[in-house]
Design a protein around this ligand. Structure first.
Ligand SMILES: CCCCC/C=C\C/C=C\CC/C=C/CC(=O)SCCNC(=O)CCNC(=O)[C@H](O)C(C)(C)COP(=O)(O)OP(=O)(O)OC[C@H]1O[C@@H](n2cnc3c(N)ncnc32)[C@H](O)[C@@H]1OP(=O)(O)O
Length: 281
């Protein structure tokens, strides 16, 4: 009884210092009034797969957080089993050319916004983080993950070439030989394996703990000058974002051409069938 009352008081305190910044159905943003840290919760049931609207919502939430001068972003999920299942594969299947182009541009822009964000970014990975789900986590500066989940980029397993900006996201957190092996094998890591190769920074036992660790990480920049920090981060990360910053059209054209090949469409059909079959068993 006493324990649950204490819990309630703690919860109340936490809610008091949190104010809602802006929410759409697909994302929820809460800002801690004391620390200025924004928690951006992905909320696209069932598994936070990124379709056009979701990518737009994520990008606009991140831009809004930055323009409100928040002190950092924590990216997490409202689903307690899945952080994100990556791109919504239905966007790539027999696509409408205009929608596909808009979708891919949004993907590029969402990635640039997150990867080069002016503020510190941290991922509280409270579920599986696959493909672009893993890319979003890896684009953050710090990652903490709950046990018994999986993370990784398995595109080559299903016959997809990995786009350069995805390769670069891995390269900015992992050594080249590790990236090469992981991407060529289409390796999905368990939480423990991800910790061993430093794809994640820490393992924790609950989402609350993950959020606290992320807040501590963001708090560690309190004594730094935000402009100097942001410009230094940009300097370090710009080489990995060069192609998308300088020539997004070429990446877009190559990706669209590739997605429209019969080879890509056939392997996608097979993969989607496998995903559906799994649920019918
Ligand atoms: C030469 C230069 C060329 C350059 C190349 C350029 C471009 C190349 C273009 C593309 C390359 C490939 C890029 C890849 C990036 C991606 O992000 S692709 C996405 C890959 N993601 C996955 O494979 C994840 C698949 N999902 C799962 O494994 C599981 O769903 C899960 C995440 C582990 C969760 O499991 P759980 O049991 O909880 O849920 P369900 O499996 O029952 O899923 C619920 C429901 O959702 C559907 N679904 C799941 N994931 C996706 C998805 N990513 N897209 C669409 N739909 C998804 C699933 O089918 C279920 O549907 P239902 O059966 O109708 O309920």
């Amino acid at each position: 009884m006493l324990r649950s009352r204490t819990k309630l008081i703690e919860l109340g305190k936490r809610q008091l210092c949190r104010s809602m910044c802006k929410s759409s159905e697909l994302t929820l943003v809460e800002v801690d009034d004391k620390t200025g840290i924004a928690t951006l919760t992905m909320n696209k049931p069932p598994v936070n797969s990124c379709n056009l609207e979701f990518l737009r919502a994520l990008k606009s939430a991140m831009k809004e957080i930055e323009s409100n001068k928040c002190s950092g972003i924590i990216l997490t999920s409202s689903n307690d089993k899945v952080f994100s299942s990556g791109l919504d594969l239905n966007e790539l299947r027999q696509p409408n050319p205009e929608r596909l182009a808009t979708f891919w541009k949004e993907l590029q822009e969402m990635w640039v916004t997150l990867y080069l964000s002016n503020v510190p970014t941290a991922a509280a990975i409270n579920g599986h983080a696959l493909a672009v789900g893993c890319v979003m986590a890896a684009a953050c500066e710090y990652r903490v993950m709950l046990p018994d989940f999986t993370i990784g980029i398995h595109a080559t397993k299903f016959g997809y070439v990995v786009p350069p900006f995805i390769v670069n996201t891995y390269l900015s957190v992992l050594p080249h030989p590790v990236v090469e092996r992981a991407l060529l094998q289409g390796k999905i890591f368990s939480t423990q394996e991800a910790l061993q190769i430093n794809l994640i920074d820490e393992v924790v036992n609950s989402k609350d703990e993950a959020l606290c660790k992320c807040a501590d990480f963001i708090g560690s920049f309190e004594q730094t000058n935000p402009v100097a920090r942001a410009l230094t981060k940009r300097q370090l990360r710009a080489p990995f974002a060069k192609q998308l910053l300088e020539d997004p059209e070429t990446e877009l054209r190559e990706s669209l051409e590739y997605i429209n090949t019969p080879l890509f469409q056939e392997s996608l059909d097979q993969y989607l069938l496998q995903l559906k079959k799994k649920n019918k068993k």
